[in-house]
Ligand binder design. Structure first.
Ligand code: IPE
Ligand code: IPE
Ligand code: MG
Length: 254
């Protein structure tokens, strides 16, 4: 499959977007796969399968737009509460995705990374995830970050433990702890904060996603279920974002 070339400024303008009003980092809570399937009388896993198609489309579009980073919430630390059968199928979809998309990731110059715990996902699956991470390590294009077994509270607990250890070892003065100290101990160390958080399937909540990092992110929620989310919905979110006034606690700039 040919890689679509990056959007030119003219193409962006004709789609109602301007290159200087695009977010650097978009993070998506991909929700509603189960409902999509249930609405059609299908098993939930069919929604997850179809959701992978949305992932492919959105990754390609984000890369063509020249975004710096796209983060996708794939599996939360709380999703382990789901039935075994759904977990097994989700994990096998993940494995298939990282293997099947490897060539496409390389062709699109994407740098593939993950955030989240690595000790609870089956080692055989994690090996494939790691192979894609390693292969794409030096790619200069967009960073594609999958949140796998990710929970923001869990992430903050881990960061606090590491910081406490450094204090105990005498390597860190508590008075020197600042926001940067905390940021640099999170899974997202070195990444820019998301500018825009998209949630599909209408729920008005964050569900333990990037709590620290989204302090000043713009939020955009759509009723569209993830398996139906494609280029038109992504562009609606981006057009809406372009019209937002971000003040970061300051005053309107005139
Ligand atoms: C999102 O879809 C995918 C994951 C959380 C893994 P859901 O499976 O949560 O779908 P709904 O919310 O039940 O419709
Ligand atoms: C959020 O969706 C997690 C992911 C999209 C991976 P959930 O379906 O798990 O969220 P809740 O349970 O509705 O809050
Ligand atoms: Mg859900």
């Amino acid at each position: 499959m040919a890689v679509e070339s990056p959007y030119t400024s003219e193409q962006l303008e004709s789609l109602g977007l301007s290159p200087d009003r695009l977010p650097r980092h978009v993070a998506i809570i991909m929700d509603g796969n189960g409902r999509w399937a249930q609405n059609r009388g299908l098993p939930r896993i069919e929604g997850h399968r179809r959701g992978v198609e949305s992932v492919r489309t959105v990754v390609e579009e984000a890369a063509r737009l020249g975004l710096e980073q796209l983060t996708l919430y794939c599996f939360s630390s709380e999703n382990w509460k789901r039935p075994r059968i759904e977990l097994d199928l989700l994990m096998s979809l993940l494995q298939r995705y990282v293997v099947a998309e490897r060539a496409e990731i390389m062709r699109q110059d994407i740098r593939f990374v993950t955030i989240g715990r690595t000790d609870r996902i089956h080692p055989r699956i994690f090996q494939e995830v790691n192979a894609t991470i390693e292969l794409s390590r030096d790619n200069p294009g967009m960073k594609l970050c999958l949140a796998l077994d990710y929970g923001a509270r869990d992430e903050i607990v881990g960061a606090m433990r590491q910081i406490a250890e450094k204090v105990r070892a005498g390597a860190l003065d508590p008075a020197a702890i600042d926001e940067e100290t905390i940021s640099s101990h999170l899974f997202t160390a070195g990444m820019v904060d998301p500018d825009l958080v998209i949630r599909t399937a209408g729920e008005m909540r964050i569900s333990n996603f990037l709590l620290w990092q989204i302090s000043y992110a713009e939020l955009w929620v759509t009723e569209t279920l993830w398996p139906d989310f494609r280029q038109p919905e992504l562009f609606s979110a981006l057009r809406d974002y372009a019209g937002r006034e971000r003040r970061f606690g300051g005053l309107k700039t005139v």
